[in-house]
Design a protein around this ligand. Structure first.
Ligand code: IMP
Length: 428
C-alpha cells in the first residue's frame, strides 16, 4: 500500500505521462491535482501515441480509477473531446473517470481574458498556453469561480454566470476593447456539458481517502513542473497553480501524513516552453539537434521548446521543495552520440557563485551557468532495460546527477515506449 506523487522537477514536459502510465500498472487510483488542459502528457503503447490533457494518464489501464481532483481547472468542452477521442480508440471511459465537485470550471471568458491579457503584456507576455488557466484560478482565489458541482444546479449556474459577466464584460469592452459574452448562450452551452459529464461528478476527496484507508495504491499525477509552480517557480513566468508535491495534498484533498513517496521526473537535459529565463539554454546546433531528436515541440500548443543542458541548481531546488524520495531520469537516449555533455552545477552573477536557486528574478535572468563537462557515449541507450548494460559514460552521467542533486535514481527511461525503462526501485 502506498501513496506516490509524481512531480515534474523542471519546467514541465519531463515525460511524466509515460512514467505515470508505467506506474499505473500497480496503482488502483490515479488523480490529477492541479493545472488543466494546458498540460499534455504523451504515452506511447505499441506504437500508438496518446496525448492526454486533462484526464490522468492512468485511463489507459482499464481497471484504474481516474480522478480529476479539486485543484484542477476543467474546460468541459476540452474534457468531453478528450473522453470521445479516447472512446473512439477503444479506451474505456465510464465509471472509471471521476471529477471533483470542487474543481473549478474554465469558462469561455477566461480564455478571452487569458489571450487579451497576453496581447496587452506584449514583449513581457508569459507565453501562456492560451487555455484560460490563469483567469480561472484568479476567479477561484477571488471567490467568484464556478465549480464543477454547480453544473448540477442550473439556477446556481445561471446566477453565477450573470454575476461574473457583469464585471468581465465591462473589463473586456473597456480595457481590452473586445467583445463581451452573452450569459444565456454560455448557460445553454454549459447545461449541455452538464448532461454529458453528470455521471462523472463526485466527492473525489472521499473516494481518494477511502482508497488510501483501504490499503490501495494511489498515484497523484502532477502537471507542469516545479519551476512553473506559482510559489516556487520562476515567478511571474509560471503557471497559476501549485504544481509541486505540496499541491497534491490541497489539490486532491489528502493529508501530508498519507504520502509515502515523491518521485521527481527529470529530463536528461532541460527544456522550457513559453517566456522566462532559462540559464542553460543552447542557441547552437546542439540545442537544435536535441530539439529535433527529442521531438521537443509542445504537446498542447505545438510550440518549439527551448532546449539546454541539464541544470542541477534548479534540480536541487526541486529536490528540496518537493521532498523528493527518488528521481526518474527520462530521455537519456536523446543524448546518445554527443561527444561531450555539460552539466550546470552553479550560477555566476557579478563575481558571486550561486549554488542555490536565487529567488531574485534579476539574478536568475542574468546569471551565467557554471558547467562541468563529461565525456559523452557512443553506443545507443534506446530501450535498454538494465543499468549495467548502459554505456559506461551514460552510467557515470546518471551517478553524477544523483550526486549533484542528492537524490537517488529510481527509474531511468530509455525510450518513448511503455517498456523502455530501467527500474532500479519500485514505487509501490
Ligand atoms: P499557462 O499555464 O497556460 O497559464 O501558461 C503559463 C506558463 O506555463 C507558460 O510558460 C506555459 O508555456 C507553461 N506551461 C503550461 N503548461 C505547461 C505544460 O504542460 N508543459 C510545459 N509548460 C507549460
Amino acid at each position: 500500500m502506498a501513496t506516490v506523487i509524481v512531480v515534474g522537477a523542471q519546467w514541465g514536459d519531463e515525460g511524466k505521462g509515460k512514467l505515470v502510465d508505467y506506474l499505473t500498472h500497480k496503482a488502483d487510483l490515479v488523480a490529477r491535482y492541479q493545472g488543466g488542459h494546458n498540460a499534455g502528457h504523451t504515452v506511447v503503447i505499441q506504437n500508438e501515441k496518446y496525448v492526454l490533457h486533462l484526464i490522468p494518464s492512468g485511463i489507459l489501464h482499464k481497471d484504474t480509477i481516474c480522478v480529476i481532483g479539486n485543484g484542477v481547472v476543467v474546460e468541459p468542452a476540452a474534457l468531453i473531446d478528450e473522453i470521445r477521442g479516447l472512446r473512439d480508440r477503444g479506451i474505456k471511459v465510464g465509471d472509471n473517470l471521476l471529477i471533483s465537485k470542487n474543481a473549478h470550471l474554465i469558462m469561455p471568458y477566461h480564455i478571452a481574458l487569458d489571450n487579451a491579457g497576453e496581447k496587452m503584456r506584449g514583449k513581457k507576455c508569459i507565453g501562456t498556453t492560451g487555455r484560460g488557466i490563469g483567469p480561472a484560478y484568479v476567479d477561484k482565489m477571488a471567490r467568484t469561480g464556478i465549480r464543477v458541482g454547480d453544473l448540477l444546479s442550473p439556477e446556481i449556474l445561471k446566477e453565477k454566470i450573470s454575476a461574473n459577466l457583469r464585471n468581465i464584460n465591462f473589463l473586456l469592452k473597456n480595457l481590452y476593447k473586445s467583445g463581451g459574452f452573452n450569459s444565456r448562450k454560455i448557460l445553454n452551452e454549459y447545461i449541455g456539458y452538464a448532461k454529458i459529464l453528470k455521471k462523472h461528478i463526485a466527492d473525489t476527496d472521499l473516494i481518494i481517502n477511502n482508497a488510501v484507508a483501504a490499503g490501495k495504491n494511489v498515484l497523484l499525477e502532477g502537471a507542469q513542473g516545479t519551476l512553473l509552480d506559482i510559489d516556487h517557480g520562476t515567478y511571474p513566468y509560471v503557471t497559476s497553480s501549485n504544481s509541486i508535491a505540496g499541491g497534491a495534498c490541497t489539490g486532491a484533498g489528502i493529508g501530508p501524513t498519507r504520502i509515502t513517496k515523491v518521485l521527481g521526473v527529470v529530463k536528461a537535459y532541460t527544456t522550457r516552453v513559453g517566456s522566462g529565463p532559462l540559464p542553460t539554454e543552447l542557441f547552437d546546433s546542439i540545442g537544435e539537434e536535441i530539439r529535433m531528436k527529442g521531438g521537443e515541440f509542445g504537446a498542447t500548443t505545438g510550440r518549439p521548446r527551448r532546449c539546454g543542458w541539464l541544470d542541477t541548481v534548479i534540480l536541487r531546488h526541486a529536490a528540496t521543495v518537493n521532498g523528493l524520495t527518488g528521481i526518474a531520469i527520462t530521455k537519456l537516449d536523446i543524448l546518445d552520440g554527443l561527444d561531450k555533455i555539460k552539466i550546470c552545477t552553479a550560477y555566476r552573477y557579478r563575481g558571486k557563485t550561486y549554488s542555490h536557486f536565487p529567488k531574485e528574478s534579476d539574478i536568475f535572468e542574468k546569471c551565467t551557468p557554471v558547467y562541468e563537462e563529461m565525456k559523452g557515449w557512443k553506443g545507443s541507450t534506446l530501450g535498454i532495460g538494465e543499468f549495467n548494460k548502459l554505456p559506461l559514460q551514460a552510467q557515470a552521467y546518471i551517478r553524477r546527477i544523483e550526486e549533484l542533486i542528492g537524490v537517488r535514481a529510481d527509474i531511468i527511461s530509455t525510450g518513448q515506449k511503455r517498456d523502455e525503462l530501467i527500474l532500479l526501485r519500485d514505487q509501490f
